[in-house]
Each structure stands twice: as C-alpha cells, then as structure tokens.
Design a protein around this ligand. Structure first.
Ligand SMILES: Nc1nc2c(ncn2[C@@H]2O[C@H](COP(=O)(O)OP(=O)(O)OP(=O)(O)O)[C@@H](O)[C@H]2O)c(=O)[nH]1
Ligand SMILES: [Mg+2]
Length: 480
C-alpha cells in the first residue's frame, strides 16, 4: 500500500534547518521520515523567536528546537532585521545554532522559511551569511595560505588575480553547500508584505548567485500555488491535510525526500543513481524546479502514457507555477539557461515497458522544449509505489518563477485592477522585479574589516613581501 523506497538511505545526507513558523513546520515534515531501522533520515533543526511556536512541532527533537526569546517579530521582516542586529544575545544564539547544530558529515544544508514573516525572513538571510563566515570562508583562507607558502611572493603579487581565483577554485570543491527553500505569500497578504517579500527574495537571489556563498539552489515555493491547488482537491481526498499550508509543506518534503531515496534504490537497467542525483542537485546554481505527476499503475498500458506524465511535468511544477524558459521579445527568441535535468519514473510492480524505451522519448521531448546546457540524467525503478506510476522531473535554471519575474507588487496591482472596479494610482507603486541581468558584487573588501587596498603600483620596490591573504581575497574576480 505504500511507497517502500522512501526508507532507503538518502543519496544526499542533509541537515534541514527551519526558520520561523513556516520554516520550522517544513523542517518538521522532514523529521517525520525514518529509515528501515526506525532512525531519522535527516538531522532536522528549528529556530523561532519564541518558545510557544516551537511547541506545535511534532517530530523535531527538543534539543534541536531553539528559541531566540524575542516574542514574535510581527510579520515585519525589515523591523525584524533591525531587532536582530541590535540584540547581541539573539545574534549569538543564531550563530551558535548554525555553527554547532549542523551535522558536519552532511553534504548539504537546507534552509527553510516563509517569506513575509518577521522571524523566518530575517534569520534565514542572516544565517546564509553566518554559514559562509563559519563554513566556507575559512576554506578559502586556508587555500590562500597554502599558495602563499608555495609560490614566490613576487610572482604572487604580480598575478594576484590568477592565484586568488586558483585558491577559490580549490576551496570551492570542499564547500559545504546550502539549498534555500522559501515560500512566497498569498496575493491577499497585501502590498506592504509583498513589497518586503520582493526585496528579500531579491536579496536571496543575489546571494544565490554569489559563488562564495556556496548556494547550490534556491526554490521559491509558492503559497498562492499551494492554495490554488489545494482548493481543487475534493474534500474526501484531502485526508488529514487541513489547509494549503500543510499541503504545501508536505509537497515540499515528499517530493524532495522521494527523489533523494528513489535514486539509491537501484534495480532496473536504466537507473539514475545517487551520484547522478547528487550532480544534478549540487552542481552549478540557480532555481531548482521540481515536478511530480502520478497515475494508477492499472491504468497505464503503454510507455507513451509515462511520457505524457513527463510532458505534464513541464506544463505544471509541483511547488510553484511554471517558469518561462523560452519566449519571443522584439522578434528575438529569448531563453533561460537550464543546467542539468533529471527525469525519473517509479513504477509499481514489474511492468518494465520495453526496457524503459519510454525514457528515450521523454528525453527527446525535453530537448525539444527546454534550452539545456547541462546533462539530462534519466532512469526508472520498479518498486512498491502505492500502486502508482510516478514521474519526477527536476532541473536547475538561471530564472525565477513568473510571480517573481514580474514582481509581486505589480502582480498584486494587476490582480486588484482586474477584480475590482477602481483605479490605483500606479505611480506610487514601485516596480521591483529582479533585474534580468544581475551583476554580482564580487568585491570582498566589505567582508574583511582590516582590508588594505591591493597593491597596484608595479614599480613599488619598497614592498618585498607578497600580497596578504586579504589582498588576494580582494583580487577575486569570478568573471575571469
Ligand atoms: N507553506 C507554509 N506557509 C506558512 C506556514 N506557516 C506560515 N506560513 C506562511 O509563511 C509566511 C511567514 O509566516 P510565519 O512563518 O508564521 O512567520 P515567522 O517567520 O514565524 O515570523 P513572525 O512574523 O516573527 O511570526 C506567511 O506568508 C504565512 O502565511 C506553513 O506551515 N507552511
Ligand atoms: Mg512566528
């Protein structure tokens, strides 16, 4: 009756960290999963601003629940950031939460929050910075220091850029990666919340594109999408799920966990193994898009029907509305860069549909529809799957869900204009769609308080030693 593969060892060992109410409740869904020995599959943590909200969690163990003792932060992220910055004790607590409780042997750390809340939005952004300071920056410095010990100081100084980039490239191999999953609020949360969320979403997107932060992916899961989808489910099929929020939390946890465990199952000749899955998830950066379509195995007669499930996955995504991948603008064909793509079917029973020939057709279809730069990983497994065939599609793309591309406030305005018979003064509402071409701020100087300007005068004979670590850090330029 069940999906048995979800008790497999996961392909990627993960610490799940929830910030604020929404984030904690998503992490709590992951804490529900157990392996075949009954042990938690993941290391799950929850951080909130007060004890009360942590009490409602069901699965995260008490020692992994941390309260900042600040009361609520009033659904106002900007204010919450200020409160956090001014409160030394809360800052220290956040720091030690991130530094001490993330399991060192894990390959990935997933951060969750509901954008729009004070606590979750403010602490997730701070935590990304903290994580860099504690986990990844020391690795870069270590590599710089190794170079300084082995390369002639004059040569180092002459080619700072080159050596800075070399050190970074080496350190990057060892980075602990972060995945960020945040939810976007409902339209009806109103323009002020939407404006703040848009700003913070932009900040998170900029962090995700900064290679030093080690962010493997961001998923902007969308509560509006969850709300719309949940409304469509007939009452008798809603089971124990009470509202769109719980529905969304389960969607996020289930799809991620199912993929992470299906890929260690093995069995068929055409397998996407755990290494493939790890590459698809961990390499490069951008938005991670996840889709899942399912139908009863007894209704599936031909492989063509499984291909249709994959086709459906491109039309509908599980955690938000679809992204625009190709479009026309001023008579030019435009596209988003899609990196690796994964397609996987889990087939209940022993039907193997001509050795997985349906996968070849699905791959052709995917290449037709998507501008892919990376590799398409594909596979299927036969295992108990609740009497269903489930097809999963996932990919990373340098693009955002349409709600964010357009800008949440603009969307809100359009929605109101369409639905109500009055006009809003458009000039007062700021358009805050993320810029199409983001230039990344590579200047490291603000990360190092005692940074000196890198030496540029080639003829300066007075300085005999090579560049300092800080100078090398400042020379990093990823455009090279
Ligand atoms: N998907 C999902 N969204 C939620 C959940 N709980 C709250 N939200 C939404 O997430 C956003 C942030 O709300 P909270 O997580 O309650 O806020 P917070 O981070 O605790 O911050 P405070 O304002 O300090 O309470 C809002 O848009 C909520 O509607 C949840 O369990 N799942
Ligand atoms: Mg709260």
């Amino acid at each position: 009756m069940v999906k048995t593969f979800i008790k497999n060892k996961p392909a990627i060992a993960i610490t799940m960290v929830g910030f604020g109410q929404a984030g904690s409740r998503i992490a709590d869904e992951f804490a529900y999963f157990r392996n075949s020995e009954g042990k938690s599959t993941y290391n799950c943590l929850a951080l909130n601003s007060n004890d009360g909200d942590l009490k409602g969690l069901k699965n995260i163990i008490n020692e992994n629940r941390v309260s900042l003792n600040l009361g609520g932060l009033g659904k106002n992220p900007e204010k919450a950031i200020t409160i956090l910055e001014e409160n030394e004790e809360a800052r220290e607590k956040l720091k030690s939460f991130i530094n001490d409780k993330v399991r060192p042997e894990d390959d990935l750390v997933l951060f969750f929050a509901g954008l729009g809340g004070g606590t979750g939005t403010a602490t997730i952004v701070k935590a990304i910075d903290e994580f860099y300071e504690y986990q990844n920056k020391p690795l870069i410095i270590e590599e710089f220091n190794k170079l300084k010990a082995s390369v002639d100081p004059i040569e180092l100084k002459k080619n700072q850029q080159k050596y800075a980039n070399m050190a970074f490239a080496k350190a990057k191999e060892k980075f602990k990666k972060i995945g960020v999953v945040v939810t976007l609020p409902l339209r009806t949360d109103g323009p002020d919340v939407l404006r703040q969320v848009n700003d913070f979403a932009q900040q998170i997107w900029a962090l995700a594109k900064n290679p030093t932060k080690g962010i493997a992916f961001v998923t902007f899961a969308d509560n509006q999408h969850f709300y719309d989808e949940f409304k469509k489910i007939p009452l008798h099929e809603q089971n124990e799920i009470e509202n769109y929020r719980d529905y969304g939390n389960k969607q996020i946890a289930n799809i991620f966990h199912e993929l992470n465990t299906a890929t260690t199952q093995g069995g068929s000749d055409v397998v996407m193994d755990s290494q493939d899955f790890r590459r698809a998830i961990m390499e490069s950066a951008g938005s991670l898009v996840l889709s899942k379509s399912e139908m009863p195995i007894e209704d599936v007669i031909t492989g063509e029907q499984i291909v249709d499930l994959f086709k459906n996955n491109l039309k509908e995504n599980s955690l938000h509305k679809p992204l625009k991948l190709v479009w026309k603008e001023d008579n030019k064909l435009m596209k988003k860069n899609v990196h690796h793509v994964g397609i996987l079917s889990v087939i209940d029973g022993v039907k193997d549909f001509k050795g997985g020939a349906f996968l070849d057709d699905a791959i052709v279809h995917i290449h037709d529809q998507m501008p892919i730069n990376g590799t398409v990983f594909s596979g299927y497994i036969n295992t108990r799957n609740d009497f269903n065939v489930t097809s999963y599609t996932f990919y990373k793309v340098d693009g955002l869900p349409e709600r964010l591309e357009k800008g949440l406030v603009a969307e809100y305005r359009e929605y109101m204009d369409r639905n109500q018979d009055y006009q809003i003064d458009k000039t007062e509402i700021v358009s805050i769609a993320p810029k199409k071409e983001e230039t990344i701020d590579f200047d490291f100087s603000d990360l190092f308080g005692d940074l000196q300007e890198p030496e540029t005068n080639e003829n300066d004979e007075t300085k005999e030693e090579g560049p300092t670590t800080d100078e090398l850090m400042a020379a990093l330029n990823f455009k090279e």
